[in-house]
Ligand binder design. Structure first.
Ligand SMILES: NC(=O)c1ccc[n+]([C@@H]2O[C@H](COP(=O)([O-])OP(=O)(O)OC[C@H]3O[C@@H](n4cnc5c(N)ncnc54)[C@H](O)[C@@H]3O)[C@@H](O)[C@H]2O)c1
Length: 268
């Protein structure tokens, strides 16, 4: 049997990269999926891929930094799908690995897209799941860049990004503590370096021209090399499914061993 047979999923950030692959995998595993993103054309393209699987799919435009926009995207998804069992939140914006050159605008954008956007999505979906009364699974996106395995194990070189992900981590845990008694599981996936349009563009903006160069920088710290969005999507699938029915308040690394390797041990 498919892992998400007849589940109703909203994937925010699904026009590209990890979000797109997650939305498509969910549909192949039996879910109906609403795709939400700020990029309309690419979002509609993902929606077409969902429909090709034979499952119901729809697209709704959303800017996660705007609470009204998130509320109306969630309302649209709940109406189209007849409810929401699974929420995935994956939007991404990057900033350069600098501290002194980090502007307030960059900092605010980073925090609002990654952390505040996740908060707005949780706040909009929780009442819907409460009304349904059958629980649900909400999954945010952290990063192997922020890995608090009880020690400073991560190469903390991107202050804005890392701080945004730290907020996501704490938001996930506290939301799980508050709402898992209602059957709403709350987790995050923690990808390692994954080849997506977002990651590749950010690297290019910072002077890293090609994948070989990225792999040389991260070196032996990635035992299984760079990830593909399809690899990371499988982490979301597990957490969305009933196979994770007793998993909540947790971040699942899907990183090809990055946290075990040197990539996770560069910081002092
Ligand atoms: N790719 C990696 O190496 C990597 C590593 C660790 C964590 N992650 C995390 O995975 C997630 C997905 O990243 P990706 O690499 O697939 O990026 P991506 O840029 O390929 O996709 C991100 C999507 O977010 C959307 N988005 C951006 N701002 C938005 C907004 N305000 N409202 C709605 N949607 C918005 C974009 O339009 C895009 O479709 C991010 O949270 C990222 O931090 C990625």
């Amino acid at each position: 049997m498919a892992m998400l047979e007849n589940k109703r999923a909203l994937v925010i950030g699904a026009a590209s990269g990890i979000g797109r692959e997650t939305a498509c995998l969910f549909a192949r595993e039996g879910a109906d999926v609403v795709v939400a993103d700020i990029q309309i054309e690419l979002g509609q393209e993902t929606c077409g891929l969902i429909q090709e699987t034979g499952r119901k799919g729809d697209f709704v435009g959303v800017d996660v930094t705007d609470q009204t926009s998130v509320d109306s995207a969630v309302a649209h998804a709940a109406e189209f799908l007849g409810g929401i069992d699974v929420l995935v939140v994956t939007p991404f914006v990057g900033t350069a690995p600098v501290l002194m050159g980090l502007t307030q605008a960059d900092w605010d954008r980073q925090i609002s897209v990654m952390a505040t956007g996740t908060l707005f999505a949780f706040q909009a979906v929780i009442p819907q799941m409460q009304k349904q009364g059958s629980g649900g699974s909400m999954i945010a996106t952290s990063s192997a860049h922020f890995a608090d395995y009880g020690a400073m194990t991560h190469p903390a070189i991107i202050p804005g990004y890392g701080s945004g992900k730290a907020a996501v981590e704490l938001l996930v845990r506290s939301t799980a503590t508050l709402h898992s008694p209602e059957g709403i599981r709350v987790n995050a996936v923690m990808p390692g370096f994954t080849i997506t349009p977002g990651a590749v563009n950010l690297m290019k903006e910072n002077g890293v021209e090609d994948l070989a160069m990225i792999e040389a920088i991260l070196g032996h710290g990635m035992p299984m090399g760079s990830g593909k969005p399809e690899d990371v999507a499988e982490g979301f699938l597990f957490l969305a499914s009933d196979y994770a029915s007793y998993v909540t308040g947790y971040s699942l690394p899907v990183d090809g061993g990055s946290l075990a390797g040197a990539y996770g041990k560069l910081a002092p």
